[in-house]
Ligand binder design. Structure first.
Ligand SMILES: Cc1cc2nc3c(=O)[nH]c(=O)nc-3n(C[C@H](O)[C@H](O)[C@H](O)COP(=O)(O)OP(=O)(O)OC[C@H]3O[C@@H](n4cnc5c(N)ncnc54)[C@H](O)[C@@H]3O)c2cc1C
Length: 674
């Protein structure tokens, strides 16, 4: 059974699935020379004045979504010629940060990928530009492609004498009010059901009467498994916008009382969208959502992401269903379901899932036919294959939670990722690539699982285990405690290190031979503070009452000059006299650079540079560069001793000490700023 010219296709639901189906169908039917009519019936909407550039401008409410557009989706949109206008993009995402129990793992969005944050509707109330949103944009594009958009609520289906579906709907006036008392009917040669899984928000799925309506067209339809989510738009202070701009955070654990398995924070200008999944959300019935969100924002790991003392106001909150499985039947005679009603990728990328099912259905309808048998042959296998991938996703998420929520396991993984980041070029970073694909939805879960258990990935993790044990013992030896201290990443990417190294060597003019010195290291940390404050805190280096860099067995004190003034002399005393040395501040650039030179001892001529770089308003990067060589000595006994010393020099101790100290510095500066 095939569609013919002048036939009518009715799409129930003008969310992403409905709009994507319309766009695909209209494009493909044009290619095939089919002149069919396509009508979308959407229950949530207001039309603007017809003369307005954005006729379907205002979308009442929203479609209960965090609005993160994955790289796969943005790529697909561009391939379809759908370029998002600037006023639809609420945020351009430059990095994803997985917040693990030990430390954050930041994953940059590769230069050839795009990720955006959007609003799906007019909510939250009072936002500027509320008539510009992603769902209205898609619907407008469908209308431009030839779809007719009707605002109405589909409440029943019937059957015409010719065996076609009759779609019964009540029209809706501008503002979401019911339009007419009596319903209207439209006959469909083919019916697409794209109504999502939030027919009645917050109601259990089995109490949704709409499924009985769907079963009239798709006999045996049983909706996919859903999970309750909590989503909240949180208004933030204007000053915080710049802090958070361009970042997405994933946090996969809560606390003893707040059971969270997965949560995301997506900044969008004056708002951050928080989306939560977990046992506490499943059991929300007995707790109020607002209380739960407040408890979430109060978690130490969330406070570490958002600056200390940040004022945040939840302004829009709901507990929608999220599709986490696949429907049991998806096709009938002259009808099929798409989008969330059919399948969605587990915990990720629902809009791209809607794109996949909608485009697959459009192809099936035009290439195979509209009878049940043709659809079963051309469309159902696609759903089945997508469904299978979610089983791999379940295992992958379980492993992830296990690792990220555990302090020891997440430290091992962090260490492995850090080593890879410092030593390997970007294209060879296997672990980071796997994490990026999983967090961004850039590959199938099956591929993600396979990559995770690749022998080279396992080898990197084994390396991470050894390094973690070594660093832990070093911390114990030097009495470094993490209790009540934030743990932040301090390692740089290899490519950044190379670029900075050249700059530091130029500024520091070290007194050692060209080439690689005996020891060289670089660390960096992002501090939510103005450069001036960081510079002042660095002035306490060597003070007796400083609050950082105070390891056991090492005495560091200023013995001459004034803080941050050239000539300031700092002495390092160790338990072994031959390891003692002094550094002097040689030059400085106010609020930016401090260059210390090693004056005496085995590292004489070496340099220690503190560099502060403003990243954005209220945020600066603090980098430390250390490099020195070891003189070979004159007598042959000295030569052997210093050769062995150079060979066995435990450079990692320096890394462990400064890693801890940088976290201390960040904590005290940010607390002070707050
Ligand atoms: C908390 C949460 C966060 C999420 N975050 C993301 C994210 O960041 N990125 C991402 O890609 N996905 C995300 N998703 C998933 C994503 O929202 C969905 O997968 C996607 O919206 C599915 O599109 P859809 O068109 O199938 O359904 P929907 O978006 O629900 O659209 C259905 C449309 O049908 C209309 N409709 C329903 N019933 C009728 C009726 N009877 N008559 C007429 N019209 C009707 C509705 O008004 C609606 O416009 C999230 C989901 C949840 C719950």
């Amino acid at each position: 059974m095939e569609l013919k010219n002048k036939d009518t296709v009715v799409v129930v639901g003008g969310g992403p699935a409905g709009a994507f189906f319309a766009l695909h169908f209209l494009r493909l039917s044009k290619v095939r020379g089919l002149d069919a009519r396509l009508v979308i019936i959407e229950k949530r909407g207001e039309t603007g004045p017809p003369e307005s550039a954005h006729h379907l401008s205002c979308r009442e409410g929203c479609n209960y979504c965090a609005g993160g557009l994955s790289p796969k989706l943005t790529e697909a949109l561009e391939q379809e010629g759908l370029f998002l206008p600037e006023d639809i993009i609420a945020g351009v995402i430059r990095s994803l940060t997985i917040h693990a129990h030990w430390k954050n793992i930041e994953l940059r969005v590769p230069a050839d990928k795009k990720m955006y944050a959007v609003f799906r509707g007019s909510r939250p109330k009072g936002r500027v530009n509320r008539d510009r949103n992603f769902d209205s944009f898609l619907l407008e594009k469908a209308r431009e492609a030839g779809a007719q958009v009707i605002f109405g609520n589909v409440y029943d289906l019937g059957c015409s004498e010719g065996g076609k579906h009759l779609v019964l709907y009540q029209s809706i006036k501008s503002g979401g009010e019911p339009g007419e008392e009596t319903g209207r009917t439209i006959e469909a040669d083919f019916l697409v059901l794209a109504g999502g899984v939030n027919q009645s928000l917050g109601q259990p799925m089995n109490k949704t009467p709409f499924w009985d309506v769907v079963r009239k067209a798709v006999p045996g339809y049983s909706p996919p498994r859903v999970r309750r989510a909590l989503i909240c738009e949180v208004e933030i202070q204007a000053e915080l916008e710049a802090f958070l701009e361009g970042e997405i955070y994933f946090v996969e654990y809560g606390s003893q009382t707040l059971k969270i398995e997965m949560s995301s924070l997506i900044p969008k200008g004056r708002y951050i969208t928080a989306a939560l999944l977990g046992r506490s959300v499943d059991d929300l019935g007995s707790r109020d959502g607002l209380g739960l969100i407040k408890e979430y924002l109060d978690l130490p790991q969330i406070k570490r992401i958002l600056p200390f003392g940040a004022s945040m106001r939840p302004v829009c909150l709901c507990a929608p269903n999220m599709t986490v499985g696949a429907a049991s039947r998806t096709v009938g005679e002259r009808a099929a379901v798409v989008g969330d009603m059919a399948w969605a990728r587990l915990n990720k990328d629902g809009i791209y899932s809607a794109y996949l099912t909608a485009s697959a259905l459009a192809r099936a309808v035009l290439e195979a036919g509209i009878d049940g048998r043709s659809l079963r042959a051309a469309y159902v296998p696609v759903i089945r294959q997508l469904k299978r991938d979610n089983s791999f996703g379940r295992v992958l998420f379980m492993l992830n939670r296990l690792v990220f929520a555990n302090p020891t396991l997440s430290r091992i993984l962090y260490q492995a990722v850090l080593t890879e980041r410092k030593k390997k070029p970007q294209r060879a970073r296997r672990l980071a690539d796997t994490l990026w694909k999983m967090a961004s939805g850039d590959d199938t879960y099956r591929a993600g699982l396979r990559a995770m258990f690749h022998p080279l990935a396992v080898w990197s993790i084994a390396g991470g285990l050894l390094l973690t044990m070594r660093n832990f013992l070093t911390e114990q030896f030097f009495g470094l405690r993490w209790h009540r201290l934030g743990r932040y990443p301090t390692g740089l990417h290899k490519e950044d290190m190379e670029a900075k190294r050249v700059e530091f060597l130029r500024v520091g003019r070290p007194g050692f031979r060209p080439g690689r010195p005996a020891f060289e290291s670089m660390y960096s940390i992002t501090v939510k503070s103005e450069p001036g404050k960081i510079f002042r805190y660095l002035g306490t280096f060597g003070d007796g009452n400083r609050k950082y860099f105070k390891p056991r067995w090492l005495q560091v004190e200023r013995i001459g000059g004034r803080p941050n003034e050239p000539g300031s002399l700092i002495r390092y005393l160790t338990p072994f006299r031959f390891l003692d040395f002094q550094v002097t501040l040689e030059s400085r650039v106010e609020d930016k650079v401090l260059v210390y030179r090693v004056k005496s001892g085995f590292a004489e001529g070496g340099i220690l540079i503190f560099d502060i770089e403003k990243e954005k308003s209220g945020v600066a990067g603090l980098s430390i560069y250390v490099a020195f060589d070891i003189a070979p000595g004159k007598k042959w006994t000295e030569k052997i001793f210093w050769f062995l010393f150079r060979y066995f020099f435990p450079g990692f101790v320096h890394d462990v000490l400064w890693n801890h100290s940088l976290c201390q510095l960040k904590d005290i500066i940010e607390k002070d700023s707050a």
